[in-house]
Design a protein around this ligand. Structure first.
Ligand SMILES: [Zn+2]
Ligand SMILES: [Zn+2]
Length: 303
């Protein structure tokens, strides 16, 4: 039996799933934001302004798509909050609309997720470390498809952008959750919070629906730069193909995975790691010479 992290057919699209504009608290106009991301080699951008859904259909071109989305939130303490990003497969609404910021007296965290699920959204739990969510608060939430494992904005703001440990906590418990790297763009410059983390989505169709379908199926990886060109499990071996990297890590449970390092200045582009048996999920992280990471989605061998 052979398991692969993504299908062979299709083309890779580079996208940022979390960005703000002057329509909420971002510093860049939507049109300029789209132009800047396109100029950096992105194929799509999801504009996810706070609690407001805008019609931005006119910004889509033949080679660049805006994916409809928004970020909703419930603050529940001076420093604690829930932020959730949603993308919508059915295109843009006829008219822009907004929802009030969630009021914890009226709406639970799960209520917010349920409401987004009813709207058929692809739901990502945003920057849980910056949000100061406790593990049990993350664990209690149901119905989200992905968790931000790297968020450029919160990483550069206060070193709160990484959440791999919470992702693995969910995966160990058998939850089928994907990992997303994104910018959470607010500022104007690459140094502020732009172009630091993105997803590479493999899809057969260059449409909003095609991107959303690939996101729901997990046909993508997250990255700060390195490419993951292949990740397969066959005959008790994990095989990883990547752009030249210094480290390839297999993360698995219940058996521990393994780490492989470049030797004698020869970067890794293909690595085979023997499995120990009984792995309930396996994922890989590839790290390049600049210290940038790419994260695969998990392979679950009981699929
Ligand atoms: Zn947020
Ligand atoms: Zn945000």
């Amino acid at each position: 039996m052979k398991y692969t992290a993504f299908p062979e057919e299709g083309r890779w699209l580079r996208g940022n799933l979390h960005a703000h504009t002057t329509l909420s608290d971002g510093m860049v106009e939507p049109q300029k934001q789209a132009e800047d991301y396109r100029a950096m080699g992105y194929d799509f951008l999801s504009v996810t302004d706070h609690n407001v859904m805008h019609t931005l259909r006119e910004l889509c071109t033949d080679d660049f798509l805006i994916v409809p989305g928004w970020e909703r939130d419930i603050p529940y303490g001076r420093w604690k909050c829930l932020h959730v990003v949603g993308q919508f497969p059915d295109g843009f609404p006829q008219e822009s609309y907004s929802r009030p910021k969630g009021d914890p007296a009226k709406m639970s965290m799960q209520d917010l997720l349920d409401e987004m699920a009813e709207e058929n959204a692809f739901i990502t739990l945003a920057h849980p470390v910056w949000s100061r969510m406790e593990p049990e608060e993350v664990r209690a939430l149901k119905g989200f498809h992905a968790i931000e494992i790297f968020n450029t904005g919160t990483e550069r703001l206060c070193h709160a952008g990484h959440a791999e440990i919470l992702w693995d906590m969910l995966l160990r418990e058998g939850r089928r959750v994907f990992g997303v790297a994104c910018d959470d763009t607010h500022g104007k410059t690459a140094k502020s919070d732009r172009f630091g983390g993105w997803v590479m989505v493999k899809t057969r169709t260059f449409t909003i629906a095609g991107i959303l379908e690939a996101l729901r199926k997990g046909y993508y990886y997250s990255t700060q730069g390195p490419e993951i060109r292949g990740f397969t499990i066959e005959n008790g071996t994990a095989t990883v193909e990547c752009s030249p990297c210094e480290e390839v890590h297999l993360i698995s449970y219940e058996p521990r995975g393994a780490s492989v390092y470049a030797v004698d200045g020869r970067p890794l582009t293909r690595v085979e790691i023997p499995l120990k048996g009984g792995e309930r999920y396996m994922r890989v992280e590839c790290v390049d010479a600049q210290g940038c990471t790419a994260w695969s989605q998990p392979i679950w061998p009981d699929d």
